[in-house]
Design a protein. Structure first.
Length: 64
């Protein structure tokens, strides 16, 4: 376990390790933001799709 802690400490002190850690944090933030946007707009998109689908069905039925 001590070797792991030493390796992790060395990784975090190294500039490349910090850059990697920053990219991982940025990627995680983008993923969380994308999931949040999907959750927020999902209801509106489903409602719009249902409305459009209903209008298409009623138009097709009125033309037959």
């Amino acid at each position: 376990m001590s070797e792991f802690v030493k390796g992790l400490s060395r990784f975090l002190r190294d500039d490349e390790g910090l850059v990697t850690l920053e990219w991982v944090a940025l990627a995680a933030a983008v993923i969380v933001l994308a999931i949040g946007v999907i959750v927020v707009i999902q209801t509106q998109v489903n409602t719009a799709a249902s409305t459009i689908g209903s209008k298409i069905v009623s138009t097709v039925q009125s033309n037959t």
